[in-house]
Design a protein around this ligand. Structure first.
Ligand SMILES: C[S@@+](CC[C@H](N)C(=O)[O-])C[C@H]1O[C@@H](n2cnc3c(N)ncnc32)[C@H](O)[C@@H]1O
Length: 214
């Protein structure tokens, strides 16, 4: 199992710039779903792969964010943005496959566009379940494989390698709905939908909330 992360010398910093530049545009694409699943976020949230802070706008000022972000090139922007939003940031340069949080201690975990990039999505979701306390929630907005036989699925396959090269190993061909549904949550509510964006392979998406048994 790969539980380490090494940012590429060029693409690591480049991805930080790309996500900072595209921040407003990406938020407009995903806002409707994020508002639905990041509803009533508590005062303490754990986030997987926070990047440059796309989801800070969904936290209340004064909230505490435990941000799991292994790419050091993201850190300065994330810190600056947390300060601007009045978020208390506890930044951890670790991977989601091995969270340094105790069992059953988190009330809320969130992620967006992260399970596509981690090395072991099943292990990351198992870690989420481990650290959530009884009744705790995992809210996510992720992009996934389009249904087999569709044109979009074919495009995802054709662009597999250049896409992964550009976005630090990102895959548009993961069935993340199954990964989450099989992880052992007591309840999972997942919506599958398609967005319209120029980043065609990422247009097939899921958003939802998975809840640990009380
Ligand atoms: C596509 S970016 C999304 C960033 C942010 N969540 C957003 O919505 O803009 C994926 C993020 O996951 C991070 N990441 C990559 N591998 C990871 C891992 N194993 N565990 C946690 N985060 C990881 C990357 O460094 C990057 O910040």
């Amino acid at each position: 199992m790969t539980t380490t992360y090494e940012a590429n010398r060029f693409r690591g910093p480049l991805n930080a710039v790309v996500f900072a530049v595209l921040d407003g545009f990406m938020d407009r694409l995903l806002r409707a779903r994020k508002r639905r699943v990041y509803v009533d976020l508590p005062d303490e949230v754990v986030e997987l792969g926070s990047g440059v802070g796309a989801n800070l706008r969904y936290l209340r000022p004064g909230a505490r964010l435990v941000a799991v972000e292994p790419n050091p090139a993201m850190h300065a922007r994330l810190r600056a943005r947390a300060e601007r939003h009045g978020i208390e940031l506890d930044l951890r340069g670790i991977v989601g496959e091995r969270l340094d949080l105790a069992d059953g201690t988190a009330g809320m975990v969130i992620s967006s566009l992260v399970l596509c990039t981690v090395s072991e999505p099943e292990q990351v979701v198992a870690e989420v379940l481990r650290v959530l306390r009884p009744g705790g929630r995992y809210a996510f907005v992720e992009h996934v494989a389009a249904p087999d036989g569709t044109v979009l699925r074919r495009i995802q396959r054709i662009l597999r390698r250049p896409w992964a090269w550009s976005f630090e190993g990102c895959s548009c061909e993961r069935d993340l709905r199954s990964v989450i549904e099989k992880a052992g949550f007591a309840d999972t509510e997942i919506e599958s939908y398609r967005i319209r964006s120029p980043f065609v392979p990422f247009n097939s998406q899921i958003a939802g909330i998975a809840t640990r048994a009380s």
